[in-house]
Design a binder for this molecule. Structure first.
Ligand code: ADE
Length: 260
């Protein structure tokens, strides 16, 4: 069964698409699905567009019509956590819709009918993405210099929050930080993917490169960062995660001794 890789914007998927050997394409509801292989793994690549509804529609199509076995979302996000800087990578362990509020009928952020505000990402896929990120971030990245980044970028794992707003003011990001102090990053799709995957009981993981600090400078940093840095990170980290998923385990070799 196939692994789906989704991004919101063309620049976020462009470098991965360039290395995909396309075997077939399909279009439904304005989404274009490109099927092929990345390494040993059968994959389908698609753009969902920006925002939670666009992401939910795309995810539902992938799960119901195409029965994909897992959904990986890749793209950029605004950094919220104090230690989360432009150029860092965040892998979401849980996802929450920061603009969901049906209070006082339900607790703030809880998705009515689910009993949950936070939706847990798949541990195995998230760990593969994190391991891939550690490898990729350890390499020198010339492009980071263009954004004044001289330190080695960091990897963070924790809460990612999503909403139908591009957060581009200090006031808006401070409000989110105050309300949800453990949120590492903010974006516009991940928690919608998470909710749909929970409905279908299918695993998902979210990988985000930090393109801005969700402040008054956010829109300035964002477009060039997408093409110069995030596209390459997405490609290299997702490829590393996919190859870890298909790599033979120690148990498959006779006489293999597990390290103690
Ligand atoms: N994606 C990248 N940066 C973002 C921001 N500041 N707000 C929402 N989504 C984003």
């Amino acid at each position: 069964m196939t692994v789906a890789i989704i991004a919101a914007m063309p620049q976020e998927l462009s470098a991965l698409e360039a290395v995909l050997h396309v075997e077939r394409t399909d279009s439904v509801a304005g989404r274009h699905f490109r099927w092929g292989r990345l390494g040993e793994e059968a994959v389908v690549l698609t753009l969902c567009g920006i925002g939670k509804v666009a992401a939910a529609t795309t995810t539902a199509l992938l799960l119901d019509r195409y029965q994909v076995r897992a959904v990986l979302f890749t793209g950029v996000a605004g950094g919220l956590g104090a230690a989360v800087r432009v150029g860092d990578v965040v892998v979401g362990t849980s996802l929450l819709q920061h603009d969901m509020d049906a209070s006082p009928l339900f607790p703030r952020w809880e998705v009515p009918g689910t009993g949950h505000a936070r939706f847990m990402a798949d541990v195995a896929w998230s760990e593969r993405l994190a391991a891939g990120a550690r490898l990729v971030l350890a390499q020198p990245h010339e492009a980071l210099m263009h954004f004044g980044i001289r330190s080695v970028p960091g990897l963070h794992q924790g809460l990612i929050i999503s909403g139908d707003q591009f957060i581009a003011s200090a006031a808006a990001s401070t409000a989110l930080r105050t309300a949800l102090p453990d949120a590492l990053a903010v974006e516009m799709e991940g928690a919608a993917v998470a909710q749909v995957c929970a409905d279908f009981d299918r695993p998902f993981a979210v990988l985000r490169t930090i393109s801005d600090r969700a402040d008054d400078q956010a829109h300035v940093d964002f477009p060039s960062f997408l093409t110069e840095v995030a596209a390459g990170y997405s490609r290299d980290i997702v490829l590393a995660a996919l190859s870890a998923a298909t790599a033979p385990t120690c148990a498959s070799f006779a006489g293999c001794v597990q390290p103690g």
